[in-house]
Design a protein around this ligand. Structure first.
Ligand code: ADP
Ligand code: ZN
Ligand code: ZN
Length: 725
C-alpha cells in the first residue's frame, strides 16, 4: 500500500498521511478528497511515500482522486513550501490559500472547455454590408471574427453584450465553437511609440539579461514605464513565453488590460484579482496553467499562478503596501515574486517612481540593477512645479487656503481640470461638543467615529459601528456639536459652495462603492465632464488624465510626525504619485501643498523632484536608528477580549523567546497603534535581527513554542517583514 502526504486547510504545521487504495493512482500536486474528522475535505498531495511513521490503524484512505485539472507543477509546490517556511504559516493552509476558491471545493470541477469561436461556412459567406447597421455589436463581432478566431475573453473585449450576441450568431449557424488548439496563436504587436533613448536603454538592459536578475526601474511619473513594459512583453511573447505582471490594486487592472490588449490584440491576456467571480478566476488560472495565456495581469494572489512558460515578471508600483497581505498568509507578493524569478532563472522588473527604501537600498548595494527614467516620455509633458503654502499662521475654518481657491478659479476659467487630494473620507474625522469637549469616540474601538453628513451618521472606519448623528451632546445635552477637521465630503461641499458653476466630483471609497461606479467616473473625467476632482489616494495612482493641470494637497502634516517609522516614506511616495497626475498632457502642471512645515526636508525634496536625496536622508536615519532595511523584523500580534489572557500569552511568548538566547533583539510587549478594535484588545511584540538568516533560525525555534502556549480565546499571528504596526 502506498501512503500519500496531503496538505489540508488545517492550522497545523504538518502534512496528513493517507492510504491510497489499490485501484488509485496519484501524482504529487494532484487534488484528492479525504476524510478528516467527520468531514470530507479537499487537499493537495505533496509527497508519495512507501510507509508512514504513524500507527497504520489510524491512517484513513483517500476517498477520491480529482483529475479535473492538471496537477500543480513542482515549481509551484516549491514556491508555496518556501512561503510556508519563510512566513511560518502552516503548510496546508499556505497551499490551499494559493488555490482559486473553486479548486478548494470537494465538488469536482465541471469545467467549460476553453473554446474558440470561428465563422462557419455560411458565416464566411455573409455580406456584412447587407446586415442592419443598427446592430452594431453584431457587426463588430462578425468583423472581428473575419480577422481571426476569438477566445471567450476576446469576445468580451468587443463589448460587454458581445457574449449574448455571440449566442444568437451561433443559433443562426454563422459561428461555430471549437476546442482550443494547442498551437500558439498568431502574434501581433502594435508599436505605438518610438521609444525614447532612456526607455530603449532600459529595454535593452533587461533583454540582455541571462537568467535571473532583479531590475529596479526607477522612473519619474509620466516617464513611460508602461511603454517599457510593453516592449519587454513584446520580446517575451514573440518567443512564446509568458509574462506575469503584478499590480497593487484591482482598480488599476482595467486600464492596463485595455492598454495591453490594444497593443497585443492576438495574445491571450487573463486577469486574476478579487473582482472576478470564482469560475472566471478558475478559468483564467487554468488558461495560465495551460500556457495559453501570454499575459497574466493580477493583484498579489496572482503570484501563485502556475506558469509553465514563465519568462519575465514585472511588479508595477513595487513600493505599494498593498502587495503585502495583512491576514492569513502574510506574504509580500513582491518578495515572493523575486524568489520565484530566482528559482525559475528569469528576470524580474520592479517599477516605481518612488521605490521602497528596501528596493532602493538593494539597488545601491548592487544586489539589484538600477534602471532610470529621469524625463517624462512625451516631449511636451514636463514635471509639475511644486509649491508649498505656509498655513502655520492661517485660520482655515473650511480647510482650504485662499491661494488654493484662487488657483482653482484660474483653472476653471481656462477649462482645465484640478484635483484636490485629501486622505480622509467622510465629512469630518470627529464630532465635538463645544461646551464640554465630548468627542465622538467609537464605543468598541480606541478610535473616533467619522461624521458622514450625507446620511447624517457617525461611522467607525475600524469596526463599522454606526449611529445617527445625535441632536444634542450625549455628555451635557448642549445642542452645538461641531465637526472638527476635514474629509472629502466637507471639501466637496465647500468647493461646490465657492464655485457653484463648477462640476465637482468626489472619488473615495464611499462614492465608488457600487460596482461599475468608478469606471463610469473615470470615463466622466476622461470626457472632461468634470472640473474639480476631490478624492483620496484612489486618485493618486497610475491614472493618466490629460487635461489635469493642478493638484492641491490639503493636509499632509499628520504623517510627518507619526510614530510609524515608515510614515514619511509613504507620505513622500503618495505626494509624488499624486503630484505626478498634473501636467501629463501638453499644458504645464502645478502642485500646491498646504503645510505648517514648508521647510521640512520632505517638502524640499518634493519641490525639487529629488527622490534620491530624500531616500538617502531616510536611509541614513534608518541606519542610525536601527530600522529596516538595515535590520529584519517579525511582529507577534495577539488580540482577544480578555485583557489578562492576552497579556499572559504575550508575556509567556516573550519569555520563551528570551530563553532561546539567540541572536535577536527582543522588544517589550506594547499595545498596537489601534489598541482596541471591535472590543478586542490588540497587543504586539517586536523582534528583530541584523540578518534574515538569524531571524529565520530564531523563528524556527520559537514558532513550535508559541503553538504550545495557552490561547483559548485569543487570536495570534506572526508577521514576518511587517509593514504595519
Ligand atoms: P508612468 O507609468 O511612468 O507614469 P506612462 O507609462 O503612463 O508613465 O506614460 C505616460 C504617457 O507618456 C502616456 O500617455 C504614454 O502614452 C506616453 N508615452 C510613453 N512612452 C512614450 C514615447 N516613447 N513617446 C511618446 N509618448 C510616450
Ligand atoms: Zn457636551
Ligand atoms: Zn469601532
Amino acid at each position: 500500500m502506498y501512503i500519500v502526504r496531503v496538505a489540508l486547510d488545517i492550522p497545523l504545521s504538518t502534512l496528513f498521511d493517507y492510504f491510497l487504495a489499490e485501484n488509485m493512482t496519484v501524482v504529487e500536486g494532484q487534488r484528492v478528497v479525504v476524510p478528516f474528522g467527520r468531514k470530507q475535505v479537499v487537499g493537495v498531495v505533496i509527497e508519495c511515500a512507501e510507509r508512514s511513521d504513524l500507527d497504520t490503524t489510524r491512517i484513513k484512505t483517500v476517498l477520491q482522486v480529482l483529475d479535473d485539472v492538471p496537477p500543480l507543477p513542482a515549481e509551484l509546490l516549491k514556491l508555496i513550501k518556501f512561503c510556508s517556511d519563510y512566513y511560518h504559516h502552516p503548510v496546508g493552509m499556505t497551499v490551499m490559500s494559493a488555490l482559486p476558491t473553486r479548486l478548494r471545493d470537494s465538488l469536482p470541477l465541471a469545467l467549460k472547455q476553453a473554446l474558440t469561436y470561428v465563422l462557419s461556412n455560411s458565416g464566411r459567406a455573409l455580406d456584412l454590408e447587407q446586415l442592419p447597421k443598427r446592430k452594431q455589436v453584431q457587426l463588430r463581432l462578425l468583423r472581428a471574427l473575419q480577422g481571426s478566431s476569438l477566445s471567450a475573453a476576446q469576445v468580451r473585449a468587443v463589448s460587454p453584450t458581445a457574449p449574448a450576441t455571440l449566442k444568437l450568431l451561433m443559433e443562426a449557424g454563422w459561428v461555430e465553437a471549437c476546442a482550443v488548439s494547442a498551437t500558439p496563436s498568431r502574434h501581433t504587436f502594435n508599436e505605438e511609440h518610438q521609444l525614447t533613448a532612456e526607455q530603449q536603454a532600459c529595454v535593452d538592459a533587461v533583454n540582455q539579461s541571462q537568467g535571473y536578475q532583479t531590475y529596479l526601474l526607477h522612473g519619474v511619473t509620466g516617464s513611460g514605464k508602461t511603454e517599457v513594459y510593453v516592449h519587454l512583453l513584446q520580446q517575451v511573447l514573440q518567443r512564446g513565453g509568458q509574462v506575469l505582471l503584478l499590480v497593487p490594486e484591482i482598480n488599476l487592472t482595467p486600464q492596463l488590460e485595455y492598454y495591453f490588449r490594444s497593443r497585443f490584440p492576438d495574445t491571450e491576456l487573463v486577469s486574476l484579482h478579487s473582482g472576478l467571480n470564482d469560475s472566471e478566476r478558475t478559468q483564467n488560472w487554468l488558461l495560465a496553467q495551460a500556457g495559453r495565456a501570454g499575459i497574466i495581469l493580477g493583484t498579489r494572489l496572482a503570484v501563485f499562478t502556475p506558469l509553465p512558460q514563465l519568462a519575465l515578471i514585472i511588479v508595477d508600483e513595487e513600493h505599494d503596501a498593498s502587495f503585502k497581505q495583512q491576514d492569513g498568509l502574510r506574504y509580500s507578493a513582491r518578495d515572493v515574486a523575486i524568489f520565484r524569478a530566482n528559482e525559475r532563472g528569469v528576470p524580474i522588473v520592479l517599477g516605481s517612481a518612488t521605490p521602497s527604501l528596501e528596493s532602493y537600498y538593494n539597488a545601491q548595494s548592487g544586489r539589484y540593477t538600477l534602471l532610470k527614467l529621469s524625463q517624462r516620455a512625451s516631449e511636451q509633458a514636463q514635471l509639475p512645479t511644486v509649491r508649498c503654502i505656509n498655513i502655520s499662521n492661517a485660520l482655515l475654518p473650511e480647510g482650504v487656503s485662499p491661494q488654493i481657491l484662487t488657483a482653482l478659479g484660474e483653472r476653471l476659467l481656462r477649462g482645465e481640470q484640478s484635483l484636490v487630494f485629501i486622505n480622509r473620507r467622510g465629512y469630518a474625522p470627529v464630532l465635538m461638543c463645544t461646551a464640554c469637549g465630548w468627542l465622538s469616540d467609537c464605543p468598541h474601538c480606541a478610535g473616533k467615529m467619522v461624521l458622514h453628513l450625507q446620511d447624517r451618521r457617525l461611522r467607525c472606519h475600524h469596526c463599522g459601528h454606526q449611529t445617527k448623528v445625535p441632536h444634542g451632546c450625549p455628555g451635557c445635552g448642549n445642542a452645538d456639536l461641531q465637526p472638527v477637521g476635514i474629509g472629502t465630503q466637507r471639501i466637496e461641499t465647500v468647493l461646490q459652495a465657492h464655485f457653484p458653476e463648477a462640476r465637482v466630483l468626489r472619488v473615495d471609497r464611499d462614492s465608488t462603492r457600487n460596482k461599475g461606479a468608478w469606471n463610469a467616473m473615470r470615463k466622466q473625467i476622461q470626457d472632461e465632464a468634470v472640473d474639480i476632482l476631490v478624492g483620496t489616494q484612489m486618485l493618486a495612482k497610475g491614472h493618466d488624465f490629460h487635461n489635469l493641470t493642478l493638484v492641491c494637497v490639503l493636509n499632509p502634516d499628520n504623517a510627518l510626525y507619526s510614530s510609524d517609522f515608515r510614515a514619511s516614506e509613504k507620505l513622500f511616495a503618495q505626494l509624488a504619485q499624486v503630484a505626478g497626475r498634473a501636467g501629463r498632457g501638453d499644458k504645464p502642471g502645478e502642485v500646491l501643498v498646504q503645510t505648517c512645515f514648508p521647510d521640512h526636508p520632505l517638502f524640499r525634496a518634493l519641490r525639487a523632484h529629488d527622490y534620491d536625496s530624500w531616500a538617502t536622508t531616510l536611509l541614513t536615519e534608518r541606519e542610525q536608528a536601527g530600522f529596516p532595511p538595515f535590520v529584519f523584523q517579525v511582529l507577534l500580534r495577539a488580540e482577544g477580549k480578555e485583557e489578562s489572557e492576552v497579556y499572559d500569552f504575550m508575556r509567556l511568548a516573550r519569555s520563551s523567546a528570551a530563553a532561546l538566547a539567540m541572536q535577536v533583539e527582543i522588544y517589550g510587549v506594547v499595545p498596537a497603534a489601534l489598541a482596541r478594535r471591535a472590543n478586542h484588545l490588540r497587543v504586539q511584540l517586536l523582534i528583530q535581527s541584523d540578518t534574515r538568516k538569524n531571524l529565520q533560525q530564531f523563528l524556527r525555534a520559537w514558532r513550535p513554542l508559541l503553538d504550545e502556549l495557552p490561547a483559548k480565546k485569543l487570536r495570534w499571528s506572526l508577521d514576518v517583514d511587517p509593514l504595519e504596526f
